[in-house]
Structures are given as structure tokens and as C-alpha cells.
Design a protein around this ligand. Structure first.
Ligand code: WT7
Length: 705
């Protein structure tokens, strides 16, 4: 790459490199059956109908008591939706469907081994299982309304059963992604103050039965160090009656659910009627500091929002077979595998394992076998399936009407493969932009009414009014070609209520930057800062450029640089650590770690392995860095700040910009030679970066000032 090509693209330059993609129009067959087929819906959700427009979403639910105030802004920005309303989320997802759909599958669970049978859990069966587990939680664990219960569960039906059982009791669940380490789970147990952990002995991943219970012991040890004592560990068994973990069960602490639950057989638990603003669950995510943020989601607003967006954006009809190929351990799974689809009474598919096991035709076999009509996944999965099995979809007789991409920007080229090969040109695609904090979609096209444009998510969704601001609070106009910080001007029912235990941080991180008046109770004064850079085309469609904070999006998962760095610092030899993103063909971004050692300690492959191991232990396998570079010193400013953008530039073979003002400019060439030398010899030279990627890499770490 020449220096000129690699020069940092200013926001204005992005326009020069911008290639507008052609629209694609939804198939007529899709339009004819769409839930949102009448353009008047766009008017109904126009700004002059806000906030009452969201009554339309809330009316999809069954309320025990109707609300008196749609939106209460008196304690801005702690918005309260549907105040005075009461409902139960479990009742809405399960009980109310029994009269019409008792024997319809709520979930179809596909185990990873193809030799194991697919399991259909009917609404009736789900009702029974949820009631029994709720009875166990109430009577054996003595949990009460408002208590928190942490889950560390894989993709098995026991996960939604556990969630819905908590929801039935008004207990706040906090699911930690099964792939996270025991230690990461322990942090979240302590942060949420959970006395109960629900886990499983093992699960299948890539053909292997993983020992998962072992992580529970680590989690409890970590939680204890942080001052939190867990009383009971409930262990579901992947094969009831057959324990698959090498970790011993601790007497008086660990219990097999399949044993215990026999005592609760047939018990029914009345769903607890909860205020609309009662918390339903916590979902942890990463940010600028090492401490994860427990995003607290509400009952009424959240459920209304995921039901409404599932109906109009996922186009779920009760008779659809809907497969969201994500993990319930992330917000996508909570909203669009469990709560949204079940609120609408549809059939939702759960798959236990990896997309390419035992071969990259697996997803399409599942789709064919189950007659999946709606398919939902992330660009990283699409890229992997394209790479490993570009011709597989054509071999299977399935027909999607609708497909979703979510979680990271999708390259137009990858989009086209998704559309043409996976969707067979028969399916409409929505590119949904949103975040853990948001409950549901923020940006997307309405599938029957707004044409698709590869690589752009589209306009704000119904009732969401986005705006792009520059650093000086000026509006960046659509079509200006300039990038800025995308914000949402208004509150919406799915927005999280607070960061668990850190209300000041909630205000500071999401509202402070563009707040016009801190004493104001008018929502117009409180734009929500999403933390993404974006540009808006003349047609109003947004293109999301990526995070503006120190977050690396690996395969659609948010990893905080500070978390990675503090994990590295647990290695005794390490003095300093810095994490940077590297562009990767499959996973979007991968992590590379730079570490400097304490005086007198020599670099070794062993220390590199220790750092990678520490990250895996502290966070999980997904965070494992591709490389650990031991460097004599980090490039630093005169005030001692590590310049992440410089090492990010080196790792990506991009220009590092002006380094003359650094305290130690000579180190830059030294690091470049070492790192790029090794990379060249390993064949790890990335393809030429787009201007958008260069912009991201060379700005990395700017949140540190
Ligand atoms: C970040 C949120 C809730 C979805 C799962 C990820 C990026 C998300 C898109 C998209 C471009 C996207 C953003 C966002 N992102 N969707 N369609 N196009 N970027 O949730 O872990 O909270 O991550 O993912 O950067 O801020 P998350």
C-alpha cells in the first residue's frame, strides 16, 4: 500500500471514496403478505404522534392493568414507559397462547450432533416446564420479586425455560454468554448481586462435549473474591441423569435440576403482575472501562418494543418458522429468539452448535428440514459460510421469505452473496443496527416499504428519530458526505433503564455529551449517544462506521480494550498492555495485544502464551488475541499515554500518521519492523483497507483524549 492510499481519511474524504450501492426492491410475494404493507404506518409513527404511537406496540401485549402515562420524562434521562400499566412477560410469551396454540411448537431445538433428535417444545410443554422451574426457584431457592439470578447457560431449551421462569416470578435474570469464562461470569454474579447461579454440566460445540460446570466453580471463586457468596448452583444436565462434567458437585451447594424438579412436577405458579417499569433482565456489555455494564431492561417497554419490531421488521406471522441464528447469551437472542417471537406466538428455532458443524451445509439442512421461512444472523457467520461452503445453499430445498443481518457492518460484497445465494433472490433482507442497550432495532428498512441498499442499515425504524452530530454539536446533514456521532433524539420503549448499580455512569456515557440542559425534563434536550460513527446518504439511509469508544467488535461481539488490557496485566511479567483491532476477512476485527514487560524480564514465547491464556481465562475464548507482541516500550505521548492508534496502524499495515510529537518516536520504527516482519513471514498481511477502515484504525483510542 502506498503512503498516499494509507493516509488517514478525514471525515470529509469518506465522501470521495463513497460508492453508493443500487437499491434492491422486495419481492412482490413478500410485499403481498407483509405485516407492514401500508405506507400509512410511517405517518402513524411520525414525530408528531410521539410518544402515543407506541401504544400500537404495547397493544400487542396482554396487560393486567392499562397504563395512565405513556411516557414519563420527569426524571430525565431515566425514562418511564407505560406508567401505571401492569403485566407479566412470561404470561405474554406463554400462557396467553395456550387457548389457540397449545400444541404448536414454541421452540424447535436442534442439538449439534446430527445423531441426536430435534426436539419440539410445544407451548403447552413450555408452560409446564416453566411453571415447574418457577416453583423450584421460588420454593427451593427462595428467590423473590426483584432478586437477581445469574445464568451461565448454552443454547439449550433450558435457557429460555429459566428466563421465562424468572419472568413469571418477577425475578431479574442475568444470562452470561456460555462461551464466557468462569471468571467473567463471576464478575457479573458479583456485580448483579446474585445468590443463585443456574448452569449446565456440558454442551456440544464443534463435535465436542464441553465441560461447562467447571466454569461454575471458577465463577463462584471470582464472585467470592469480590465479596459475593453464591448459595446455590442449579445444574441442568445436557443428558438428564448422566453427568458430563469432571467437576465434582459440592454438597449443599450444587444441585441437579433434573433430580430436584421431580418434586415440583405439575405445580403451577401464578404469574406475578409486574409494573411496566419493573426490571425484566440485565444484559452485560463492554465499554470504555474494565467494569462491564449491566444494562437493565424493563418489562413493559421492552416487551412492547421487541413484539412490535418483531412484527413489522422481522415480519413474523404466527405460522412462520423463524430461526435467529444467534446466541441467547447476547441481546439479539433475548429480543429476537425468545421474547419477541414468543410474544407473537410463533415458532422459534434454537440451534446448539457452530454453523459449520459437521460441514458448512448444516444451516441449510436445518432450514430445509424445519421449513424455516425467516432467517436471522450476523455478517461474521455469513462470511464464514461463504468461505467454507459457497455453493452449499443451492443444494438444499429451503425458501426464505425474509433474512436479517445484525451486529456489525456488512460489506456490500458479502451482502450480495447473502441475497443471491443464501436468499436465492427470493428473500427480502433487513440490516438491523442496534445495541445491547437498546432492547431492539434502531436502524433498518421496513422490509415491504423501503428498498434495501447493501451495506446501509437504512433509516431510523418506526418511532426512532436519529441525528448525526459533529463534535461541536452541529447537525451533520444527510448527503453532506461527512461522518459524525449518530444519536437518537428521542426516548423509545426498548431503551435500557440504567446501568445496574451505576446510574451516574449511565447518564454520563449516553447522555452527557449532547445534553442541552441537565435540569430539563423535556426529552428534546436529551439525545442518546449511541457510540457509533455514521454517515447519512441523501436518501436518509445511514451507514454505520463502527464504534467511537474503545470497543473492538470481534465477530459481532463487543470487547472492551480495558478488559483485555487488565486481563493481560494479571500476568506477573507484564508491565503495560494495549489492545488493538486488526481487520480480518472472516471475523470483521480480531484483537492483537501489545505488551511491555517489567524491567529485567526477557521476552519469550511462554510469556506470549501466558497473556493469551490470561485473556481466555478472564474473558473467554472469543477474546483470544490473534497475536501477542512483546515490545521494548509502547509509543507514548509526552504525558505518558499509550498511543493505540500508532500500534493499530502498524498491525494493520496502515500509515501511522505523525509521530514526531511522541515522547519516544524512535520506538515506532522498531515495533513496525518486528511486527510487520513476522506478519509478512506468516502471510498475515491484510488486504488493502477501505478508507472507512483506515479511518477507524487511525482513530483508534481517541476516546482516551
Ligand atoms: C454495536 C453493538 C444488538 C445487535 C448485536 C450487537 C455494531 C450492530 C450493526 C449493523 C453496523 C452494527 C455497532 C453497535 N452494530 N449492528 N447492522 N451495522 N454495525 O450488539 O454487542 O451491543 O454491539 O455493534 O457498532 O454499536 P452489541
Amino acid at each position: 500500500m502506498t503512503a498516499e492510499q494509507a493516509a488517514p481519511a478525514s471525515a470529509a474524504q469518506i465522501a470521495v471514496h463513497w460508492r453508493e450501492e443500487e437499491y434492491r426492491h422486495p419481492p412482490a410475494r413478500f410485499i403481498a403478505q407483509a405485516n407492514a404493507g401500508d405506507p400509512r404506518i410511517l405517518e402513524r409513527f411520525g414525530e408528531d404522534h410521539f410518544p402515543e404511537c407506541f401504544k400500537e406496540y404495547a397493544d400487542l401485549l396482554s396487560w393486567d392493568a392499562y397504563w395512565h402515562t405513556t411516557l414519563d420524562t420527569s426524571n430525565a434521562p431515566f425514562w418511564r414507559w407505560f406508567v401505571g400499566g401492569r403485566l407479566n412477560a412470561c404470561y405474554n410469551c406463554v400462557d396467553r397462547h395456550l387457548p389457540s396454540s397449545r400444541n404448536k411448537a414454541a421452540f424447535i431445538w436442534v442439538p449439534e450432533p446430527e445423531t441426536e433428535r430435534t426436539e419440539a417444545v410445544t407451548y403447552q410443554e413450555l408452560y409446564r416446564r416453566v411453571n415447574e422451574f418457577a416453583a423450584l426457584l421460588r420454593d427451593f431457592c427462595r428467590v423473590r420479586v426483584g432478586d437477581r439470578v445469574t445464568f451461565h447457560l448454552p443454547m439449550v431449551p433450558e435457557l429460555p425455560v429459566s428466563m421465562l421462569a424468572c419472568a413469571r416470578l418477577g425475578v431479574v435474570h442475568s444470562e452470561v454468554f456460555g462461551g464466557f469464562s468462569g471468571s467473567a461470569c463471576g464478575d457479573r454474579i458479583a456485580d448483579s448481586g446474585s445468590h443463585i447461579l443456574v448452569t449446565m454440566d456440558g454442551y456440544y460445540r464443534n463435535g465436542e462435549l464441553i465441560d461447562h460446570k467447571a466454569k461454575a466453580d471458577e465463577a463462584l471463586a471470582t464472585a467470592r473474591k469480590l465479596g459475593m457468596e453464591v448459595d446455590k448452583v442449579l445444574v441442568w444436565r445436557r443428558h438428564p441423569g448422566r453427568y458430563a462434567s469432571a467437576s465434582p458437585m459440592v454438597d449443599g451447594r450444587d444441585y441437579f435440576v433434573d433430580d430436584l424438579i421431580k418434586e415440583y412436577r405439575g405445580l403451577l405458579v401464578e404469574p406475578v403482575s409486574m409494573p411496566a417499569e419493573a426490571p425484566l433482565f440485565l444484559m452485560y456489555t463492554s465499554g470504555t472501562t474494565a467494569r462491564p455494564k449491566g444494562c437493565q431492561h424493563s418489562t413493559g417497554g421492552y416487551l412492547a418494543y421487541v413484539a412490535g419490531t418483531s412484527k413489522y421488521y422481522q415480519d413474523i406471522h404466527p405460522e412462520d418458522t423463524y430461526w435467529c441464528f444467534a446466541d441467547i447469551g447476547w441481546i439479539t437472542g433475548h429480543s429476537y429468539i425468545v421474547y419477541g417471537p414468543l410474544a407473537l406466538g410463533t415458532t422459534s428455532v434454537l440451534y446448539e452448535g457452530v454453523p459449520t458443524y459437521p460441514d458448512p451445509g448444516r444451516p441449510w439442512r436445518i432450514a430445509e428440514r424445519l421449513g424455516v421461512t425467516i432467517f436471522h444472523t450476523a455478517p461474521t457467520t455469513i462470511r464464514m459460510l461463504r468461505k467454507l461452503g459457497p455453493d452449499e445453499p443451492a443444494k438444499y430445498d429451503y425458501h426464505f421469505k425474509h433474512m436479517t443481518t445484525v451486529g456489525e457492518p456488512i460489506e456490500p460484497d458479502v451482502w450480495r452473496w447473502y441475497y443471491e445465494v443464501v436468499g436465492k433472490r427470493e428473500a427480502v433482507i433487513v440490516d438491523t443496527w442496534w445495541q445491547t442497550e437498546n432492547g431492539g432495532f434502531l436502524g433498518s428498512t421496513l422490509p415491504a416499504l423501503q428498498p434495501m441498499k447493501p451495506g446501509s442499515c437504512g433509516p431510523g425504524v418506526l418511532g426512532i428519530y436519529p441525528v448525526i452530530y459533529d463534535e461541536d454539536r452541529n447537525v451533520v446533514e444527510a448527503g453532506s458526505g461527512r461522518a459524525g456521532n449518530i444519536c437518537i433524539r428521542n426516548p423509545w420503549p426498548g431503551i435500557f433503564q440504567t446501568i445496574w448499580g451505576q446510574p451516574e455512569r449511565f447518564v454520563q456515557l449516553y447522555y452527557e455529551k449532547y445534553c442541552r440542559n441537565k435540569d430539563s425534563t423535556d426529552w428534546h434536550d436529551w439525545p442518546y449517544l449511541a457510540g457509533d460513527g455514521a454517515v447519512q446518504a441523501p436518501d436518509g439511509y445511514f451507514r454505520i462506521l463502527g464504534r467511537i469508544d474503545d470497543v473492538i467488535n470481534v465477530a459481532g461481539h463487543r470487547l472492551g480494550t480495558k478488559e483485555l488490557e487488565s486481563a493481560s496485566l494479571t500476568v506477573a511479567e507484564v508491565a503495560e498492555a494495549a489492545a488493538v483491532p486488526v481487520v480480518d476477512e472472516l471475523r470483521g476485527r480480531v484483537v492483537e495485544m501489545y505488551v511491555a514487560l517489567k524491567p529485567g524480564i526477557a521476552a519469550s514465547a511462554e510469556i506470549e502464551a501466558k497473556v493469551a491464556g490470561a485473556i481466555e481465562t478472564e474473558i473467554g475464548k472469543i477474546a483470544r488475541p490473534r497475536s501477542v507482541w512483546i515490545v521494548p516500550d509502547m509509543p507514548k505521548t509526552r504525558s505518558g499515554k499509550i498511543m493505540r492508534r500508532v500500534i493499530a496502524g502498524i498491525s494493520n499495515f496502515a500509515d501511522v500518521g505523525d509521530v514526531s510529537t511522541l515522547a519516544n518516536p524512535e520506538i515506532v520504527d522498531d515495533i513496525r519492523h518486528r511486527v510487520q516482519g513476522v506478519k509478512v513471514s506468516r502471510g498475515e498481511v491484510p488486504r488493502e483497507l477501505s478508507s472507512q477502515e483506515v479511518e477507524e484504525i487511525t482513530a483508534f483510542g481517541r476516546a482516551e483524549g
